[in-house]
Unconditional design. Structure first.
Length: 345
């Protein structure tokens, strides 16, 4: 459910022995009273985790599970993840494993989570530098996205989520892509009127894909557009330089160039995709990164099978192709062209 007041839908979840909220301190301080009022939970004491990617760990999952146990959570308890991608992934993972699985709901509070990570039932924690290495497929009972919460997002975090919306526009087709081209310059955290239809339309793209391929057997791979290069960039920089959406944006730019070099994409369309990505906002630079280090991480992508990378190539607006038939030289050249700004700038 997407819209102002969406958290009120949590009142529908009845019949539980207890309910718990997993969130971050600053987020709860800002939105906790409204959340408790909308959900009609007069007394709720949240379980807090620190903000940041470091909370997506087995250690933190164990701490949250221990706190649930200490507070009396049983197999008929409900866990609500109130936060961005980190809280959502961690909360879903804990819910899927605590006492072999309890119900949970997602209340995403970032653009990225509302249009992407809170949807589809993927849960995960990181191991060392490997992102999302341990996880489960575990759909939430309910996802409630209130765009008004986006008003408190820092601009950079807001723009990071918009890059994922661009990804969905590329996957969806001209209607959403053209709309976003015309609106992107005016999208700001507090502009709820414009954000609500964007969140709803972008989220529906993922929902439609997941409904046809819940466990990523085939079709769901297309949602990884930009993620192979993007994950390598995140890992190469120790997850300290890029927000996730920013890394995906660089990944989409590079895979768009890759599709052009593979003669799978009309360069005119490639330029449109690149211009929309750039229109969202500035990206952290990548010119100084070690090329060999970044490219050497590509085969470690979780979607690689038998050592072969399955690339998601945009071949048009609303059309992508998944293929492993891309030469290593082309993969290298695409990265160099984007890294050194000789293509879309």
């Amino acid at each position: 459910m997407v819209g102002r007041g969406a958290w009120r839908a949590l009142r529908r979840l009845q019949g539980y022995t207890s309910a718990f909220v997993l969130t971050e301190p600053i987020l709860w301080e800002t939105w906790g009273k409204k959340f408790a009022r909308d959900a009609d939970w007069a007394t709720v004491s949240p379980i807090m985790v620190p903000s940041g990617e470091s909370s997506k760990s087995l250690t933190m999952a164990g701490r949250v599970a221990s706190e649930l146990l200490e507070r009396g959570a049983d197999r008929r308890s409900l866990l609500v993840a109130l936060g961005g991608g980190v809280v959502g992934d961690l909360g879903g993972f804990v819910a899927s494993t605590y006492m072999r699985g309890i119900d949970y709901a997602q209340a995403p509070t970032t653009v990225l989570a509302q249009v992407d990570s809170a949807l589809g039932g993927k849960t995960a924690v990181n191991i060392r530098a490997m992102k999302n290495l341990i996880g489960t497929f575990y759909p939430p009972r309910l996802v409630v996205s209130d765009p008004s919460v986006l008003a408190s997002l820092p601009l950079r975090a807001f723009q990071s989520g918009l890059y994922e919306a661009v990804k969905h526009a590329v996957l969806s087709g001209p209607a959403l892509f053209d709309w976003l081209e015309g609106k992107v310059a005016g999208l700001k955290p507090g502009h709820t009127t414009a954000l609500e239809p964007l969140v709803a339309r972008a989220a529906q793209v993922k929902v439609d894909v997941v409904n046809r391929d819940e466990r990523e057997a085939a079709l769901r791979r297309i949602l990884n557009l930009g993620h192979t290069y993007g994950h390598a960039l995140e890992e190469a920089t120790g997850y300290r330089r890029f927000l996730h959406g920013e890394a995906v944006a660089w990944g989409m730019l590079t895979v768009t160039r890759l599709a052009e070099l593979a003669r799978a994409l009309d360069p005119i369309v490639g330029k449109r995709i690149a211009h929309l990505i750039r229109a969202v906002g500035p990206l952290p630079q990548i010119r100084d990164l070690n090329e060999e280090k970044v490219l050497g991480l590509l085969p470690r992508d979780k979607k690689a099978v038998g050592g072969k990378i399955h690339w998601v190539l945009p071949v048009g607006i609303g059309n992508v192709r998944v293929t492993s038939e891309v030469s290593g030289a082309t993969v290298v050249r695409a990265f160099r062209d984007v890294q050194h700004g000789v293509w879309d700038d």
